[in-house]
Design a protein around this ligand. Structure first.
Ligand code: NAD
Ligand code: IPM
Ligand code: MN
Length: 367
């Protein structure tokens, strides 16, 4: 089966970190015989600049056809004043929605070499390995009505949190399936104490558990308490399943447990396609980082680990994904540090390119 990839570097540091992923893709082709038919296109501000839209219909159609989309990041101050309908972020949201990528997997793993770099104490984070499963195609991000309306003399901003049973059930199944292959524990987070959508969320997750996954340990937590527990004792968790907005917040929080937002990858998965592979988009959790764009400072590891997730979840190459993850672990253990990872304990400073090259060298050394 050929492996097709659509690369959408996007804006800011997106193209910089994606250039390093390209080196990794080339390495797997040359040294492991895993080849990809790669095409590249524009998304976000880059697409807006050229076409007046953050995602053209042609790019959308291409994304629907490939085995996996790899995305860098979108957005930036240049586009902040644009109408909502053409903002760079809309391009990403359209991809997620139209590909129906309902399960967003955001693993937070603390590499031992970075345990002292986390803002939390070493023993709180060392060995951390949790998976946040964020619902990605519904909830307050997409619910109607929405907009800014006029009510008398003032403007009112409206967004609607809305979840159907089936939307909750399918993401719950993704979480239980993942848990079975990990620590066999799921914690579901919502605000059932104040939101009806949270009450339904809790009920449906419990029903799916009781009917289909009684062997998995399930707990429920209010999302605010969940945020507190994630910083107090994050290792109590295995898989966390939560809605679109809470998942957005909690995964940035979890990123910092690992040392830097520049470390956290993600996979957004939908239903299986005709070839059995799931609809899939892989992207780092971080954004376009306008404050460091163009300076060779960006950490490419989140994007490189997102490609490792693609190897695992789209191309059935779990061993090769582990090989890449081990190479990342090796360069971190060797003390290589992009600027975001430089703490008082020091390390060997490297640029974005230097980090990519070192990971390629570590892959070579591992053969
Ligand atoms: P951000 O993630 O871009 O940056 C937050 C902080 O983390 C910045 O200080 C940045 O320098 C740092 N950082 C992020 N990634 C890094 C990396 N790989 N290496 C080193 N440091 C890194 O978030 P923001 O500043 O809130 O948003 C900037 C823009 O990105 C906005 O337009 C936002 O909408 C967009 N955004 C896009 C995505 C995406 O494309 N998936 C995700 C989040 C934010
Ligand atoms: C993320 C980002 C996006 C989100 C934005 C850029 C649309 O923050 O992927 O975490 O809010 O989902
Ligand atoms: Mn986010």
């Amino acid at each position: 089966m050929t492996n097709t990839l659509l690369i959408l570097p996007g804006d800011g540091i997106g193209p910089e970190v994606m250039a390093e992923v390209r080196k990794i893709i080339d390495w797997f082709g040359a040294k492991r015989g895993i080849t990809f038919e790669v095409s590249e296109d524009l998304v976000g501000g880059a697409a807006y600049d050229k076409h007046g839209t953050p995602l053209t219909d042609a790019t959308m159609a291409k994304a629907q056809e490939v085995d996996a989309v790899l995305l860098g990041a979108v957005g930036g101050p240049k586009y902040d004043k644009l109408d909502f309908s053409v903002k760079p972020e809309r391009g990403l949201l359209r991809l997620r929605k139209e590909m129906d990528l309902y399960a967003n997997l955001r693993p937070a793993q603390c590499f031992d070499a970075l345990a002292d770099f986390s803002s939390l104490k070493r023993d709180v984070v060392a060995g951390l390995d949790i998976m946040i499963v964020r619902e990605l195609t519904s909830g307050v991000y997409f619910g109607e009505p929405r907009g800014i309306i006029k009510e008398g003399n003032e403007r009112v901003g409206i967004n609607t949190q809305r979840y159907t049973e089936s939307e909750i059930a399918r993401v719950a199944r993704s979480a239980f399936e993942l848990a079975k292959r990990r620590g066999n524990k799921v914690c579901s987070m919502e605000k059932a104490n104040v939101m009806e959508s949270g009450v339904l969320w809790r009920d449906v997750v419990q029903e799916i558990h009781d009917a289909e996954y009684p062997e998995v340990e399930l707990s429920h937590m209010y999302a605010d308490a969940g945020a507190m527990q994630l910083t107090r004792a994050p290792k109590q968790f295995d898989v966390i399943v939560t809605d679109n907005l809470f998942g957005d917040l909690l995964s940035d929080l979890a990123a910092m447990l690992t040392g830097s937002l520049g470390m956290l990858p993600s996979a957004s998965l939908g239903a299986p396609m005709a070839n059995g592979r799931p609809k899939a988009l892989y992207e780092p959790v971080h954004g376009s980082a306008p404050d460091i764009a163009g300076q060779g400072k960006a950490n490419p590891i989140a994007c490189i680990l997102s490609f490792a997730m693609a190897l695992r979840y789209s191309f059935d190459q779990g061993d090769e994904a582990a090989r890449l993850e081990a190479a990342v672990e090796k360069v971190l253990a060797d003390g290589l540090r992009t600027a975001d990872l430089m703490g008082p304990e020091g390390g060997k400073p490297v640029s974005t390119q230097g980090m990519g090259d070192a990971i390629v060298a570590a892959l070579d050394a591992g053969l």
